[in-house]
Design a protein around this ligand. Structure first.
Ligand SMILES: O=C(O)CCC(=O)C(=O)O
Ligand SMILES: [Fe+2]
Length: 475
């Protein structure tokens, strides 16, 4: 959402912004390659500030989490001992040493997060290391059953196999929330068509409508209220059980995501519940199912369809990905090397979005990734889940580090009052402007990515010449 040419950029991802700040220093080891998001001094500063905050035993105390609707979530019970864990931050500090020995992405075991104090600490230490150096990793023992994951991928296959007329009945242009079916060609990255079709869902709610003089008014303000509304589900007759399975999956993904947010808080030396008030109760998540056809060029050559989705980093906070075993996902090291992120059964791929990168002053990385279309006959299916806070979240409250503008590369990669008070945080030479409220940024990104939907459903912000005017509505 931070790029300037937003007319083709969907909300959940697409920002090359921070890649510009990564040096191309040639480092042979993966951990190092991924780690140089900022100048050395900036990173050192972030580290030292972070490590000054020590964890207390309270931080690791398990908190109850609302029971899941129809949940079969398999979270092991937490067993937290009450002894002191003051050495946690020292352990974490050690983890930031430039070991840089990894050659493939790490798999973090969430069972240890749910286990005793020492295991939980160790999990958080590894999490911190991966977020800081790589920004891309797997988690296993996350609690979502393989059966449900398989079922989601199968539901995706069945959905995309439906006749195009049926899929088009769920076309995203029907939805003022920008949700539904997107055929190939609707989205692109840096002007190149993404070679995938997808269906997108968000929190299932009634549309947020004001009653004015006894009349329903959909043109509510703040604008981000318009992102609340219903999903477009495939009819039960066409696709029995799709909605039930998808809602079950969403519930469980929300739960895993919240555990990860708590683990992220701990990994940064914060209270475990640091993110709870903004993420736990009404997260504005986005789930989609994507189908990536094989590369139309039988020899896998470059050309139209070479990339399912081009190089981008995700714009939100936390992305979780379920993928089948076809392959094609790659993450880019700062040395410019593309690393395969192959499917590993029983895992989710986790990567961080730019909002989290900003909130940590660049200490945690929003790593660039892409999907390369595979040769052969088989399509690839994946289920990305983007976990974001409540729409009304003031993103300044998520700033987890004191941020020194003189030190941080670019001078303004932090969410503090000063940089946001003049109507928006600008990064990258003023091209990318962030608003203080999460939903403002989300709406802006959707509205500009899908201008056709904006013109159809949000006429009040479209000018006579067809362009969208948003900024003044946020003042
Ligand atoms: O489908 C995938 O494997 C990745 C998708 C992705 O990166 C995105 O939608 O932002
Ligand atoms: Fe992505």
């Amino acid at each position: 959402m931070l790029v300037q040419n937003y007319s083709t950029v969907p909300f959940s991802h697409r920002c090359k912004a921070f890649t510009a700040h990564r040096s191309s220093a040639s480092q042979s080891k993966l951990g190092r390659e991924f780690s140089d998001v900022q100048s050395h001094s900036a990173r050192a500063s972030a580290v030292s500030k972070c490590e000054r905050i020590s964890m207390s035993e309270d931080l690791l105390r398990s908190r109850s989490y609302p029971a899941l609707r129809r949940s079969t979530f398999q979270r092991p019970e937490a067993r937290i001992s009450s002894s002191s864990i003051n050495s946690a931050s020292e352990n974490a500090a050690e983890s930031n040493g430039t070991t840089g020995q990894q050659e493939s992405l790490e798999v973090l075991d969430m069972e240890s997060y749910f286990s005793g104090r020492d295991e939980r600490l160790e999990f958080c230490r590894k999490l911190r290391e991966q977020c800081h150096k790589v920004g891309f990793f797997y988690v296993k023992n996350h609690g979502v059953s393989e059966e449900l994951c398989d079922s989601m991928l199968e539901m995706g296959r069945k959905f995309f196999d439906l006749p195009v007329e049926l899929k088009m009945q769920l076309d995203y242009t029907n939805s003022s929330q920008f949700r539904g079916y997107m055929r190939i060609g609707v989205e692109n990255t840096a002007g190149v068509t993404d070679f995938r079709e997808q269906i997108e869902f968000g929190p299932e709610e009634a549309e947020d409508i004001d009653i004015v003089d006894g009349m329903e008014n959909k043109l509510v303000y703040p604008l981000y209220r318009r992102l609340r509304g219903p999903n477009q589900w495939p009819p039960e007759d066409d696709l029995p059980d799709f909605r039930r399975e998808a809602e079950l999956f969403i519930d469980q993904m929300n739960e895993v995501s919240m555990h990860l947010m708590q683990a992220l808080a701990l990994s940064l030396g914060l209270q475990k519940d640091f993110f709870d008030s903004t993420f736990k109760y009404m997260p504005h998540y986005q789930m989609k199912i994507a189908k990536y056809p094989p590369n139309p060029a039988s020899d896998g050559a470059e050309g139209i369809g070479m990339f399912g989705v081009g190089a981008h980093s995700d714009s939100g906070f936390l992305s979780l990905l379920l993928q089948d075993d076809i392959g094609g996902l790659q993450a880019r090291t700062t040395a410019g090397r593309w690393i395969d992120v192959p499917a590993k059964r029983g895992t989710f791929v986790i990567n961080l979005g730019e909002m989290l990168q900003l909130a940590t002053g660049g200490y945690y990385l929003a790593t660039v990734h892409r999907v390369v279309s595979q040769s052969g006959k088989n399509s690839r299916y994946s289920v990305p889940f983007f976990f974001n806070p409540r729409l009304d979240t003031d993103i300044r409250t998520l700033n987890v580090l004191e941020c020194d503008n003189d030190v941080v590369a670019g001078g303004s990669h932090c969410l503090n009052k000063n940089t946001l008070s003049n109507g928006g945080l600008s990064t990258h030479g003023g091209r990318n402007k962030l608003f203080p409220v999460f939903g403002q940024n989300a709406f802006k990104s959707f509205a500009r990515s899908h201008i056709n939907v904006t013109r159809e459903h949000h006429k009040d912000i479209v000018q006579e010449d067809g362009s969208v005017v948003l900024d003044k509505l946020f003042l």
